[in-house]
Design a protein around this ligand. Structure first.
Ligand SMILES: NC(=O)c1ccc[n+]([C@@H]2O[C@H](COP(=O)([O-])OP(=O)(O)OC[C@H]3O[C@@H](n4cnc5c(N)ncnc54)[C@H](O)[C@@H]3O)[C@@H](O)[C@H]2O)c1
Length: 263
């Protein structure tokens, strides 16, 4: 009987020498993605609107023996995205991993929502992912390899219901299908495109919700595992999708939700 040649499973999670770019890498899930990819061997470009926060995460990376550099980037500014990705490629010669993490929510009733707010969420959660992916993707196509990881949400898979969040659902649902469409378009270039869909995570983004005990109770009761996720609980999924461990996976959205979408 043919045997599988011996190999190291854990080695499949190493990404030594890769150059990774994380948007919104200065805090929350982006910080965890930055630390995880750096620990696995990547040189991490931490890009954030908050220059000090990005620099602090690079400090954590280097203190742990990894490599990284900080970039000031507002993903609302398409020209700045083009400039920063161009500079990263020029400095490092390549871009292997892009984590499209920066995103936001505006929880307000749709009947009262202005077009300005709608357009803001479209740019922040959807359009800039196109711009970042296009710019990094050009380098990945030239290299013949790359991985893009989009941070979607369980709210891209369900319609919510307990507070109004219409543009968030719209954009995160779009991110799930942008992931599929770009995976299909760029598979022949050796580029894999995947997403994670987290449940409620303990970050600044959920601070207001977590300050409301009634909302907390509803969310915890609605979650089979009965709690919010910690940012660190996203690290394994992000590294899996960024590494050779997921070599045959593309177009997939990995749900990390304590069972929210299982019921
Ligand atoms: N926290 C959750 O419960 C949760 C759940 C599902 C999905 N997500 C998604 O995860 C991603 C990260 O969310 P988070 O909870 O870590 O957010 P966060 O608000 O805690 O952190 C966001 C980071 O992005 C930076 N940032 C803000 N505006 C920016 C801009 N215009 N340009 C560049 N950087 C900017 C901030 O400075 C901060 O470092 C988002 O796409 C969010 O939709 C979060």
């Amino acid at each position: 009987m043919a045997e599988t040649p011996s190999f190291s499973t854990l080695a499949l999670f190493r990404i030594d020498g890769d150059v990774a770019l994380i948007t919104g890498g200065g805090g929350g899930l982006g910080r965890i993605a930055s630390l995880a990819l750096a620990e696995a061997g990547a040189h991490v470009c931490v890009a954030d609107i908050d220059a000090d926060a990005a620099q602090a995460v690079v400090g954590e990376i280097t203190a742990a023996g990894g490599g990284g550099d900080a970039w000031t980037l507002d993903v609302m500014d398409n020209d700045r995205i083009v400039a920063v990705i161009g500079e990263i490629a020029a400095r490092h010669g390549r871009i292997d991993v892009l984590v499209n993490n920066a995103g936001t929510a505006r929880r307000e009733p749709t009947a009262d929502m202005t077009l300005e707010v709608w357009n803001l969420i479209m740019q922040m959660n959807q359009t800039q992912i196109f711009v970042c992916s296009r710019e990094a993707g050009r380098h990945m196509i030239r290299q013949g390899s790359g991985r893009i990881i989009n941070i979607a949400s369980i709210m891209g898979l369900v319609g919510g219901g307990f507070y109004p969040n219409f543009p968030y659902h719209a954009t995160k649902g779009a991110v799930v299908n942008m992931t599929r469409a770009l995976a299909a378009e760029w598979a022949s270039h050796g580029i894999r495109v995947n997403a994670i869909a987290p449940t409620f995570v303990v970050t600044d983004l959920t601070a207001k919700v977590r300050a409301e005990p009634e909302k907390m109770r509803i969310i915890e009761d609605r979650t089979p595992m009965g709690r919010f996720a910690q940012p660190e609980e996203m690290a394994g999924g992000i590294l899996y999708l960024a590494s050779p461990a997921s070599a045959m996976v593309t177009g997939h959205t990995l749900v990390i939700d304590g069972g929210w979408t299982a019921i």
